[in-house]
Design a binder for this molecule. Structure first.
Ligand SMILES: [Ca+2]
Ligand SMILES: [Ca+2]
Ligand SMILES: [Ca+2]
Length: 182
C-alpha cells in the first residue's frame, strides 16, 4: 500500500509521461516523449539513435502496460499506475530491477550529450520538453547533486529515484526529482 505522501509525489512521474495531459498514458504519449527528446538531440525519425531510444521506451512501456493495465484498454489511468507501483515497491527484487531499468532509461534521456553526467542545463531541458516550469529545475538542482560536484551521476540518479518512490521524509531531495509536489 502506498502512503498518503507517496500518493502525492508519484503522480509527478505519471504526469511526465502523460504528454497530452488527457489523464491517461498510452503509446502515443510515449512516442511523443521519444520524438521530443530526439528533436532536442537533432535526431531524425528513423535514424539509428532515434530507433534505439524508441525501442528502449517501447520496451519499458509494453512491460508496464502488460503488468499494470488492469482492464486491458491499452492505456493507464493514474489509479492503475499507482496500484502497480504500490505492488512493485513491496517486492524488493522486482523493485530493484524496476529502479535500474527505469533509472537507466531516465538517465540516458536526460544525458543529452552522452558524457555520463546530467548537467543543470540537461536537467532543465527535461522540464522544457515535458512542459514543466524551468525555474523549479534551477532551484532544486543543487539539492539533487548529492555529492555537490556540479552534475548528477547515474548512482546519484538511482538514489534519487529510490527516494522518489520510497522516502517518507518530506525533505528528501529525490521527492522533487520530477517536479514540485502539489
Ligand atoms: Ca495521455
Ligand atoms: Ca551530460
Ligand atoms: Ca553529483
Amino acid at each position: 500500500m502506498l502512503t498518503d505522501f507517496q500518493k502525492t509525489k508519484l503522480p509527478n512521474l505519471f504526469n511526465l509521461f502523460d504528454m497530452d495531459s488527457d489523464g491517461t498514458i498510452n503509446q502515443r504519449d510515449v512516442v511523443r516523449i521519444v520524438d521530443a527528446f530526439s528533436i532536442k538531440r537533432g535526431w531524425q525519425n528513423g535514424e539509428k539513435e532515434y530507433k534505439a531510444l524508441y525501442n528502449h521506451f517501447l520496451y519499458i512501456w509494453e512491460n508496464l502496460l502488460e503488468a499494470a493495465d488492469k482492464n486491458s484498454d491499452d492505456r493507464l489511468t493514474l489509479e492503475e499506475f499507482l496500484s502497480f507501483y504500490g505492488h512493485i515497491i513491496e517486492n524488493e527484487k522486482v523493485y530493484t530491477q524496476m529502479i535500474e531499468g527505469l533509472g537507466t532509461a531516465v538517465f540516458s534521456t536526460f544525458d543529452t550529450n552522452n558524457d555520463g553526467a546530467i548537467s543543470l542545463e540537461e536537467y532543465q531541458d527535461l522540464y522544457r520538453v515535458v512542459g514543466l516550469e524551468c525555474s523549479f529545475a534551477t532551484a532544486i538542482f543543487d539539492q539533487l547533486d548529492l555529492d555537490k560536484n556540479g552534475t548528477i551521476s547515474i548512482s546519484e540518479l538511482l538514489e534519487l529515484m529510490d527516494q522518489f518512490f520510497k522516502s517518507q521524509n518530506q525533505h528528501s531531495p529525490g521527492n522533487f526529482l520530477f517536479g514540485p509536489i502539489a
